[in-house]
Design a protein around this ligand. Structure first.
Ligand SMILES: Nc1nc2c(c(=O)[nH]1)N[C@H]1C(S)=C(S)[C@@H](COP(=O)(O)O)O[C@H]1N2
Ligand SMILES: [Mo]
Length: 312
């Protein structure tokens, strides 16, 4: 167990900050993201110590952000290892530059973005989101990123496009976990197009005001805050617009345990454990899991009329 009690977040000493609910409202109204609080330019990446940029902040519910050390030393990234405490070490030398992201499929203007194109074309802002893993632990992470819709609008999905498929880089020489035969590599994920266009669906290139470290999905990853963490696919090299629902790694491995939607839902248990509560990293007692991970007012409309137990 990597998180020691000495590292427990002293929540009660954090200063009160303005509610982040205002941020969400703005984000939804603006849709394009204009007018939001821009984050400071990423500091030069360093490997140790929290930055004052996000330390002490809270999400819109008043929950303290997790410590930087916790966020970058307790990771799921199976391409490296299934040991959460071992990812950071194995991923330390991972090559993230140069990097390109191909956006293709059912679009009018397919485009391959270099990382610099992305940094220049889209303005990152700080977005503090809860991350709720399907394994029933959670963190609050201050990401730096922008809405995926900004990329999708540039490439112009055609009227046939209904889903978006994401693919992680596959580099066996740098990713020892790829030799694990239990998984259908490369890691893939998918969203319905309307989910992908939702302003909360975020492309992150940083956290705590600095560039993502490899273990967090450098140089570019997805963050879908109302879905279980495995939907937030790391180190993306391809984004494809499709007509059919794409196969995803977890849905392929265990369709009865990991549905395509995977919306956080305390009322629908995993077949092998309850999803009603969770362990927030840095806290002792468990806390109740919130429907749609607390983003219900923002996203419930996407699922109007859908049976969430059948469409888990
Ligand atoms: N490519 C890839 N993306 C991935 C994973 C993975 O193993 N490979 N793990 C997922 C899971 S299960 C979770 S909970 C989150 C964890 O993100 P974090 O390590 O930054 O907290 O990443 C998701 N994205
Ligand atoms: Mo997860």
């Amino acid at each position: 167990m990597k998180i020691r009690s000495s590292e427990i977040t002293p929540e009660h000493v954090y200063l009160a900050r303005p509610s982040r609910r205002a941020f969400l409202k703005l984000a939804l109204a603006a849709a394009g993201g204009a007018g939001l609080v821009a984050c400071a330019p990423p500091a030069a990446p360093t490997l140790v110590g929290p930055t004052p940029a996000a330390d002490g902040q809270t999400d819109e519910l008043g929950d303290a952000v997790n410590r930087f050390e916790d966020i970058v030393n307790y990771n799921n990234y199976y391409e490296f290892t299934t040991d959460k405490a071992g990812v950071a070490g194995l991923a330390a030398g991972f090559t993230t530059d140069p990097w390109t992201v191909e956006v293709s499929g059912l679009v009018n203007k397919p485009k391959t973005f270099g990382l610099e194109d992305i940094r220049q074309a889209f303005t990152s802002e700080e977005r503090i989101f809860r991350l709720r893993c399907v394994e029933a632990w959670s963190m609050v992470i201050p990401w730096n990123g922008f809405s995926l819709s900004e990329i999708l609008n540039q490439v112009e999905p055609t009227s046939d496009a209904r889903f978006v498929k994401f693919t992680t880089v596959s580099r066996p020489e740098e990713m020892p976990g790829l030799s694990n035969p239990l998984y259908p590599w490369p890691y893939t994920e998918g969203l319905r197009l309307d989910e992908a266009m939702h302003p909360l669906t975020t492309v992150a290139t940083g956290l705590y005001g600095r560039d993502l470290l490899p273990q967090s999905g450098a140089p570019i990853r997805l963050v879908v805050p109302w879905k279980y963490g495995f939907k937030s696919i790391k180190s993306i090299v391809k984004i494809e617009l499709t007509a059919e629902q794409p196969a995803t790694l977890w849905n392929t491995v265990g369709p009865s345990e990991y549905g395509f939607y995977s919306n956080v839902n305390p009322e629908v248990d995993h077949p092998r454990w309850s999803q009603a509560s969770e362990r927030r990293i840095g806290e002792i007692s468990r806390r109740a899991t919130l429907k749609f991970n607390g983003y219900e007012t923002d996203v419930a409309d996407l699922y109007a009329g859908l049976d969430l137990a059948a469409n888990y």
